[in-house]
Design a protein around this ligand. Structure first.
Ligand code: SF4
Ligand code: SF4
Length: 280
């Protein structure tokens, strides 16, 4: 791997304005009722006088080192680019089966009802190609979100990790350690909202066997039409399910832990009963 693009988040700077959530929706044409990123909050959030008080924790797809969503994808549409470290979705290969959605412990994925494929944060590739940071990073008025290649010591993201060495937290479900590449400095109080990664057993058996074949067929002969038919079949089966735009709540505890090779330290979190998820 030559790069690992990641987000380093100073939760203590977040003021819950949700400018990042709105700008992401606009930049990526995210349909109403869905969101690619979120702000978790320890509730109740008290809004009095100068503004809201509480612990706010921005999040999105964490572009994990060991992504369970990739393992769950039966067609190979979801994959980790080892050059950039970004977990991508290939729209030509995605059949919209939704298998990857419960397989993400962070609820970072949803089924886009317009495109009929899986959807999530991909760090705004069009903006990056134009030399711009992802929309959420650009919009944040307090600079709570910092984006960059953490393997390049010259980037602000890498410098932030170094400066906070020993005080960096990753959010990791106790049963599903995907080695997330989202790093928190400052307060990270909201916890306990993640869920164990799940993939239907039937689909799990297919993954790894079918994926290489589908990839080859689509590449070879325009059999993308089969993918399209698959999507339509799934659509007719799923009509009315509306996809998922919320994390699957669970009572599991979250724990921070260190990533190998990173300047991180683990922080134990208890699971508050009243954590809120704010997506516009
Ligand atoms: S956060 Fe979820 S969707 Fe993103 S790479 Fe990790 S497992 Fe996959
Ligand atoms: S834009 Fe920045 S401050 Fe506002 S909610 Fe998002 S992360 Fe927090």
């Amino acid at each position: 791997m030559t790069q690992q693009f990641a987000m380093v988040i100073d939760s203590a700077r977040c003021i819950d304005c949700k400018a990042c959530v709105v700008s992401c929706k606009v930049a990526n044409n995210v349909p109403a009722g869905f969101s690619r990123n979120w702000i978790k909050a320890d509730g109740p959030v008290v809004k009095a006088g100068k503004g809201p008080f509480g612990h706010f924790q921005p999040g999105a797809c964490m572009h994990c080192e060991s992504p369970t969503c990739v393992e769950a994808c039966p067609t190979g549409a979801t994959w980790k680019d080892r050059e950039t470290g970004i977990v991508e979705i290939d729209p030509a290969l995605c059949i919209g089966c939704g298998n990857c959605i419960p397989a993400c412990p962070y609820g970072a994925r949803f089924r886009n009802p317009q495109k009929r494929i899986a959807d999530k944060c991909n760090y705004c590739p069009e903006r990056r190609a134009a030399g711009l940071p992802p929309a959420c990073v650009d919009t944040c008025p307090t600079k709570a979100r910092v984006f960059g290649d953490i393997l390049n010591p010259e980037t602000e993201a890498a410098r932030l990790l170094t400066r906070n060495s020993g005080h960096v937290t990753q959010l990791i479900h106790e049963k599903s350690n995907t080695a997330p590449h989202m790093y928190y400095v400052g307060g990270t109080a909201p916890a306990g909202w993640m869920h164990e990664a799940k993939a239907p057993a039937s689909m799990r058996a297919l993954t790894g066997v079918v994926a290489p074949g589908v990839k080859g067929l689509v590449a070879l002969s325009g059999l993308g039409v089969l993918v399209m038919l698959g999507r339509q079949l799934l659509d007719s089966r799923k009509s009315g399910d509306g996809g998922h735009d919320r994390p699957h709540a669970s009572g599991s505890n979250a724990s921070g832990s260190s990533a190998s090779g990173s300047n991180t330290s683990g922080t134990q979190h208890s699971a508050p009963a009243d954590t809120e998820d704010s997506r516009e």
